[in-house]
Design a protein. Structure first.
Length: 288
């Protein structure tokens, strides 16, 4: 993981913690290479998950470390989710890492599980928001004092201007928990409107990630992420997807691309995939 505040507390005693891959200004290259080599010696493989909005220098550092080590056992997985959504996904992958899945399946499961994370934020302005499509009219409205918006980044972008009759978009069609990171913004709409509308079972609070203000374009926000909480359901979901072997590096994977070497499956293999979130549609998660 590339930031300590994206490592959520484990849900049980079996869930391992995550290692921190520090930025170039916090650690020289030789020490970063040494730390990664130690992780490989201890665990065999490393799945490095980082947000798509990671600073360019930090992302280059990850690739530089892998290049220096000339290792095919390091997967660099960029995730196009807001910071809190990334933190939730990382914890789910940590849970999967102690199951009977191979490193290749765990790494490639990131794309699958990201689809089941409904991530968003409550913002007082969308004037500087550039990661979710916003119309010019909405941009103009965000300058009106007292404006408030609910922005949903995943699994699909949506925006709701908060008002007396504001209704949230359709939520996940399965039982979820919701993680709430309160920043410098009131969270009543989330707790009083969004949570009941989505049928959220449990609301948990955590600290706002340090990268959230940059991702959302404002420091006045409340970030949230709805997710599948049951590891048995997550396990069944990943197990239900057909597994392949990468024709380039031999790693096992699900989906259409290897998370370790980034090689796509051959076209003929692509055509054998059953419909799913990594193909033509999103399968419903198994019943708990």
């Amino acid at each position: 993981m590339t930031s300590a505040d994206l490592v959520l507390p484990p849900t049980d005693r079996q869930t391992p913690t995550a290692a921190l891959l520090q930025a170039p200004d916090a650690q020289p290259l030789d020490l970063a290479v040494g730390d990664m080599n130690l992780l490989l010696e201890r665990h065999g493989h490393v799945v490095a998950v980082y947000p798509a909005g990671l600073g360019p220098a930090h992302e280059r550092r990850l690739y530089a470390v892998r290049s220096v080590l000339e290792s095919d056992r390091i997967a660099l997985v960029g995730v196009d989710l807001p910071p809190l959504g990334v933190a939730v996904l990382v914890r789910q992958l940590r849970q999967l890492s102690v199951c009977d899945f191979s490193p290749g399946v765990v790494a490639s499961a990131a794309r699958l599980l990201a689809h089941y994370i409904h991530a968003g934020a409550l913002l007082n302005s969308v004037a500087r928001l550039d990661r979710v499509p916003v119309s010019l009219r909405t941009h103009a409205r965000s300058w009106v004092p007292g404006s408030q918006f609910a922005v949903f980044a995943g699994p699909g972008p949506q925006l709701v201007r908060i008002g007396p009759s504001a209704e949230p978009p359709a939520g996940p069609p399965f039982a979820t928990h919701l993680l709430l990171a309160k920043g410098q913004q009131a969270s009543e709409w989330i707790e009083q409107t969004l949570v009941p509308a989505w049928g959220v079972q449990t609301v948990q609070e955590c600290a706002l990630p340090s990268g959230s203000a940059r991702w959302w374009g404002t420091g006045r926000l409340v970030e949230f992420a709805s997710f599948l909480p049951d590891i048995s359901v997550i396990y069944q979901l990943v197990s239900s997807v057909r597994r392949e072997n990468c024709h380039w590096c031999g790693m096992e994977l699900i989906g259409d691309r290897c998370a370790f070497c980034s090689s796509p499956l051959a076209p003929a293999e692509n055509r054998t995939h059953s419909p799913g979130v990594l193909g033509h549609g999103a399968p419903a998660p198994p019943a708990a």
